[in-house]
Write a protein that binds this ligand. Structure first.
Ligand code: ADP
Ligand code: MG
Length: 157
């Protein structure tokens, strides 16, 4: 596990752009944090890094948005509306095992559907500074451990 603190929206997007260079088909990234923590902001950076230039917003009502014009497809999910269940009917496995990168906001609401290997990124707001966020990378499995190590190496420079 390691953490990065950002002071602006742009710095959080830059982390997403770095991450975009490290992901491959079938990767699953879970974004964990309260409303306004920066989950969608990070996803915007990831999308931009993949070469997706459409406007990316939280798919709260549609649950899943697919962007296919980048280096890899991006499956952006916001499962907040599944707080009371229903995630098992969505066929999320198809996305998780698909040719794209899956990003899941509020993944705690579909816990039972998640693959064992994944990268969880926890985003926390700082009480003392309205624009400060701490991102903590928590990889499960060797593939995501390596990805996290590479990202950490970039931020150590
Ligand atoms: P979430 O998807 O977690 O609900 P959003 O990414 O939609 O959160 O919203 C985060 C909000 O906080 C945006 O309005 C963004 O501009 C703002 N913000 C301010 N500072 C930061 C930062 N350091 N990182 C990310 N977002 C920030
Ligand atoms: Mg969001």
């Amino acid at each position: 596990m390691f953490s990065i603190t950002t002071k602006t929206d742009e710095e959080t997007q830059a982390i997403g752009r770095h991450l975009a260079e490290l992901v491959s088909a079938g990767d699953v990234i879970l974004l964990d944090g309260d409303l306004g923590a920066g989950k969608t902001t990070l996803t915007k950076g990831l999308a931009a890094g993949l070469g997706i230039h459409r406007y990316v917003k939280s798919p709260t009502f549609t649950i899943i948005r697919e962007y296919k014009e980048g280096r890899l497809p991006l499956y952006h999910m916001d499962v907040y509306r599944l707080e009371n269940g229903g995630g098992d009917d969505l066929g999320l496995d198809e996305y998780f095992n698909g040719q794209g990168v899956s990003v899941v906001e509020w993944s705690q609401f579909v816990k039972g559907e998640l693959p064992a290997d994944r990268l969880t990124i926890h985003l926390h707001r700082d009480e003392s500074n309205i624009d400060r966020r701490t991102l903590t990378f928590d990889p499960q499995g060797e593939h995501y451990q390596k990805m996290t190590d590479k990202l950490e190496a970039q931020y150590d420079e």
